[in-house]
Ligand binder design. Structure first.
Ligand code: GDP
Ligand code: MG
Length: 664
């Protein structure tokens, strides 16, 4: 038998961790809300059952205020899952049960998994599971998605629970719900999820009420019932009244089933007293970033990079060359192979530093610190009129622009979303790193870590500045409240961290082996041939050399008006790393040392800084552009954003160049 299970729960309740554990897949787990935006499917087999598990985005309620809620609600209501697996963060049980109650209204068979069993034990919170199960009329299993305890019991329940039931609220509420149900029966509307619909009508849920196309008379009756309900609960707003009713049920359930030892100030609270401190918070945040860069690009990172370089240049390149000479292949082929190894190798040698950086980011994220950073920044961003919630997608932008743009769906308002999408590319994504690292290493060898740190900070500053500007011009008067709960600190899981790094390494290797590789071959061809398809004696005479020379004058005011820079920047549109490999190809450098040598003749410290700034700020790669297009559904917006970014990059690089001339 095959059946479909919807995994639903609050953000950060451990859905993805459980999903990965049950299906054996490796989806991104992060200790902050908003990581899973799209639904993901996986299957596993128990006894003779094949179970399809769907990991839905985290939601706090079944009302639709944001994109994630729409995705999750549409799935549950329209795809008819056979069972809902509701995962509940046991350490936040009140808030989590708010969703459980609403899911219960659907009348779909359900199993509740109370997660974070390990933390509950640590905190001395005891939950009476059988009592809870009885009160909610639903099987309840305590699990730890992280350590895997409680899994057999959970799987057993998933396979054997086919009972569906809805909960009864108090008599007064039930009476009103019944009358609303009657109104709906009169409409031509299918009758699954009866109670759910009635509750949503009571709440005055826009989408649902609109669908019913009520007559004037029915509308008046519905309004009267809503008013009566408000009166009963002593509230003025209907959604408040419904929330009040649900919370009073939860309060009672929790009082009966949960007992906690008197809470002491936890370690988490004590850490928070420092890192989210009004004055120390932000300096601590920058200090952490700073240490991260020093470790990554200081002696440790450089040392590891040296080892990889030696392997590529002295072992691989030399070996292959000897082999080719022995085989007596023609000179051009040797040149091509040299170029490819040099080009791809120049990118690959940054692998250790990228991994180190992601090790840090992953630990910061998984430990819960990143949520604090978002919280800190919220305060700062709000002061200048930006939405603090935008900070999470922006932080994700440090990894890769593609998922970050997708994560902008956490923003409810389209204006906020578009503005965030416009600013995300200013965050330095992982692919820009090799470019900075190369130039910083050559031109600021003593202070490479600091130079890199400055690039990251510059990106943040430009994003904030542009955000401020846009908010007061193009994107006026949007803005919504930011609710970000702070998850407790957790010891980062070794497995999760290794998984992040492995994913990063794999992605990087695949990119090097495909895009960067083909770009290098293509660039080699175009720098070897002239327009008349003769072999170019001097690369400047080649096809790319010529094209680059037409563009180069535009870049002269920025300090790098040479054809190689022009072409490298264009190739960076395919993938940012290929700025490095293209440089290597165009200056015919077959090792990183050779490349460094040539660069010193082409750039000065000031123009190198300007070049790095341009790479930081200009248009993101094609993969990112295509998600920007699909997320906004607008070519016009995508093209405008490209124009905007080029303009910002040009101005930024110009300023940095001239400032650099004064300073260096
Ligand atoms: P989602 O947002 O619901 O998909 O949640 P995730 O699966 O991304 O997990 C959120 C955070 O909770 C991560 O830091 C996990 O490592 C952590 N986590 C998940 N399950 C457990 C658990 O059973 N115990 C503890 N202590 N942490 C957990
Ligand atoms: Mg998730």
């Amino acid at each position: 038998m095959n059946f479909k299970v919807a995994l639903a729960g609050n953000p950060n309740s451990g859905k993805t961790t459980l999903f990965n554990r049950l299906t054996g897949s490796r989806q991104h787990v992060g200790n902050w809300p908003g990581v899973t935006i799209e639904k993901k499917e996986g299957t596993f087999v128990v006894e003779e059952h094949e179970i399809t598990l769907v990991d839905l985005p985290g939601i706090y309620s079944m009302s639709v205020y944001s994109m994630e809620e729409i995705v999750a609600r549409d799935f549950i209501m329209n795809d008819h899952p056979d069972l809902i697996l509701n995962i509940v963060d046991g350490t936040n049980i009140e808030r989590n049960l708010y969703l459980s109650l609403q899911l219960k209204e659907l009348g779909i068979p359900m199993v509740i998994a109370v997660n974070m069993l390990d933390e509950l034990k640590l905190k001395g919170i005891a939950i009476d599971l059988s009592r809870l199960s009885q009160r909610l009329d639903t099987p309840v299993v305590a699990i730890s998605a992280k350590s895997g305890s409680g899994m057999e019991e959970l799987i057993h329940q998933l396979v054997h629970n086919t009972k569906s039931s809805v909960l009864c609220y108090d008599d007064q509420t039930e009476d009103i719900v019944r009358q609303i149900s009657d109104i709906r029966e009169e409409c031509d509307h299918d009758h699954v999820h009866d109670k759910f619909y009635a509750m949503k009508m009571l709440e005055d849920d826009e989408a649902i009420v609109r669908d019913l196309k009520l007559s004037a008379n029915q509308q008046t009756r519905l309004q009267q019932l809503q008013q009566e309900f408000c009166r009963q609960r002593g509230q003025t707003e209907i959604d408040m009244a419904v929330a009040d009713m649900r919370y009073s049920v939860i309060e009672q359930v929790v009082r009966e089933c949960v007992s906690a030892k008197t809470t002491l100030t936890t370690l988490s609270d004590r850490i928070d007293a420092v890192v989210t401190h009004r004055f120390f918070g932000i300096p601590v945040f920058f200090l952490i970033l700073f240490v991260m860069f020093i470790v990554t690009f200081g002696p440790l990172g450089e040392g590891l990079k040296g080892i990889v370089e030696t392997l590529i240049n002295d072992v691989l390149a030399v070996g292959v060359e000897n082999l080719l000479h022995q085989m007596q292949v023609s000179a051009w082929l040797i040149d091509l192979v040299d170029t490819v190894i040099g080009g791809v190798g120049s990118v690959l040698s940054f692998m250790p530093q990228i991994l180190l950086l992601f090790l840090f980011l992953s630990v910061l994220e998984d430990s819960g610190y990143m949520s604090r950073a978002a919280f800190l920044m919220d305060g700062m961003l709000r002061k200048i009129g930006l939405n603090g919630k935008a900070f999470i997608p922006m932080l994700m932008g440090f990894g890769c622009t593609v998922p970050a743009v997708m994560a902008s769906r956490v923003l409810e308002h389209e204006k906020d979303r578009r503005m965030t999408i416009l600013l995300i590319p200013f965050m330095s994504c992982g692919a820009k790193l090799p470019v900075y690292a190369l130039f910083a290493g050559v031109f600021f060898p003593e202070h490479a870590g600091i130079a890199l740190f400055c690039m990251y900070v510059l990106g943040i500053v430009v994003a904030i500045g542009c955000g401020f500007l846009l908010r007061h011009t193009v994107f006026k008067d949007a803005g919504s409240t930011f609710i970000l709960e702070l998850p407790p600190y957790r010891i980062p899981s070794f497995q999760v961290t290794m998984n992040h790094m492995w994913q990063k390494a794999k992605g990087f290797l695949i990119k090097a082996g495909t895009i960067i590789f083909s770009m290098t071959v293509l660039l080699w061809l175009l720098t070897t041939l002239t327009f008349t398809l003769q072999r170019a004696l001097d690369p400047a005479q080649s096809i790319l050399g010529q094209i680059g020379q037409w563009i180069a004058p535009l870049l002269t005011p920025l300090g790098f008006g040479n054809w190689q820079s022009a072409i490298a920047l264009i190739s960076g549109l395919i993938a940012k790393e290929s700025v490095v490999s293209s440089m290597a190809v165009m200056v015919s450098a077959d090792s990183t040392e050779a490349l460094a040598g040539v660069l010193q003749t082409m750039f000065t410290p000031a123009s190198a800084a300007a070049f790095m700034t341009f790479v930081l700020l200009y248009v993101p790669c094609v993969a990112a552009l295509s998600v920007i297009r699909s997320e906004t559904g607008s070519w016009k917006f995508t093209l405008k954003s490209m124009g905007f970014q080029i303009a910002v990059a040009y101005i930024g690089a110009f300023l940095v160049y001239h400032l650099g001339l004064l300073l260096f």
